[in-house]
Design a protein around this ligand. Sequence first.
Ligand SMILES: [Zn+2]
Length: 284
Amino acid sequence: MNPQTAEMVPRKRSGSLPEIGVMTVIPLENLRIHTYEAPEAAVFVNSHILETENRLIVVDTQFLRPHAEEFRRYADSLDKPIDRVIVTHSHPDHWFGCEYFRDAAIYALSEVTDQIRGGGEAMIQAYAPTFGDAITETVVVPEHIVRPGTETVDGVTLAYEKADGAEAGVNLVIELPENRVLIAQDLVYNRVHVFLQQKEMDPWLAHLRRFQEKEYDVVLPGHGLPANMQALADMAGYLEDAKSALAASSDVETLKQHLVGKYPFYRGDYILDISGRYLYGTGG
Ligand SMILES: [Zn+2]
């Protein structure tokens, strides 16, 4: 998802938005992972809660208010304090919902914080005409900086990595090495068509190949349901196909024919229409 392309998103008044996301819970030894997947109007975007013995760590806060609010209510139902919220990148579907978490400490990479501070208002203005009051009116800038490296929160080790040159330019990836979990967020879309804002796929693919060499039991995508290692392989395959499709296409319709033809069962093909405006310009 991206700021300047709001009109490509299916138009739905906020009153008619389906307010129900899909909740998945994965129980691990010292941790439960709760994933909220938004419905189609909010591009199947995921927010996660890492529930440790005593605390909650929230990863990304949703796009539209009804879903952010529902996600916050779910977090409150767990009846543990929110230790922190981590925003993985600056695309609006991952931080617009921060207004519902202003009572918590919000963290992001310094580059992501700068992008939200500098561009957040323009993102809100771009989406408001389409989604009306389902869009936040407030740029909530993360006040705490995530630095690449490792830390332990309530017995769970988190390893932060900055992935450059992928879906959003700068993406935070979080690994839970002791739990064999990879929170890939938008480096991985699981059976959802991918937002492609550039034709250069190799840096993104290199990140995926590197993660494929490791062993994870759980891979959490930014869009689409929680998965396992197969999602890394599927995503790398999709990006390889996107490379060929991009080389063979000079407009978005041709690109879509290639990718929807190859992945007819993937959800969210309108995300390719959004991509087309970046790849081929207005009307492309
Ligand atoms: Zn996203």
